[in-house]
Design a protein around this ligand. Structure first.
Ligand code: SF4
Length: 216
């Protein structure tokens, strides 16, 4: 029996709303806590509270859904050191595992089987100073970099970063998402087309289906 424990906000089964496995039935393990405070955060309920579970309990709860895909999210999951053994254990159990992370904490030590979906925080997020650009050297080709874009100047900034770091050559997918309620999705789509950017536009499918209802 493993003694490792993590503080968990929720474990639930839904459709993946974003990134490359969008639309796939997925179990989400949402870890509690985040050192950032993005203006547009939609998971503030994960900042505090939660319940402590051992690694074995988490694995049992995940297994009960018999998933193919497991997404470890937050909050900022890497803020809990035991996130690393959790990721490795989920891979050992045979799941296809992804990790959603803010890009502010080091990716060092993450199991190589995990697909990392890493944000680069834009100026309008309020947390642009937290980006750890050292992480870009740790990304694998299968990983993904995500920008949540709030306005035109965020778009210009993100476009510059894609080109500055040749992101489309580092990772399979560079994701541009409009910040909900701040930027019209169609406007972002048209900017991407005008500039013929090597990025993937995405909307959060779970929000189209279920809004902000918890458990999705
Ligand atoms: S990193 Fe994610 S969870 Fe943390 S404040 Fe920003 S959007 Fe919210």
């Amino acid at each position: 029996m493993s003694e490792s424990a993590l503080r968990i906000t929720e474990i639930f089964y839904s459709l993946q709303g974003e990134a490359r496995t969008v639309g796939r039935p997925t179990v989400f393990v949402r870890l509690t806590g985040c050192p950032l405070r993005c203006h547009y955060c939609d998971s503030e309920y994960a900042f505090y509270g939660g319940e402590k579970f051992t690694l074995d309990t988490i694995l049992a709860k995940v297994a009960a859904y018999r998933p193919a895909f497991v997404c470890v999210t937050g909050g900022e999951p890497l803020a809990q050191p035991n996130c690393l053994p959790l990721l490795a254990a989920l891979c050992d159990a045979g799941y296809e595992v992804s990790l959603e992370t803010s890009g502010a904490l080091s990716l060092q030590g993450i199991d190589a089987r995990v697909v990392v979906v890493m944000d680069l925080k834009t100026p309008a997020s309020g947390e642009v100073k937290r980006n750890d650009y050292g992480n870009l050297a740790l990304l694998k080709p299968r990983d993904q970099v995500k920008f949540v874009i709030c306005d035109r100047s965020d778009y210009e900034w993100a476009r510059f970063k894609v080109s500055e770091y040749a992101l489309e050559r580092r990772v399979e997918d560079v994701l541009f998402s409009p910040s909900e309620g701040q930027l019209a999705p169609r406007e972002l789509a048209e900017w991407i087309l005008e500039d013929n950017l090597p990025v993937r536009f995405q909307l959060q499918v779970h929000k189209l289906l279920w809004g902000d209802q918890p458990g999705h």
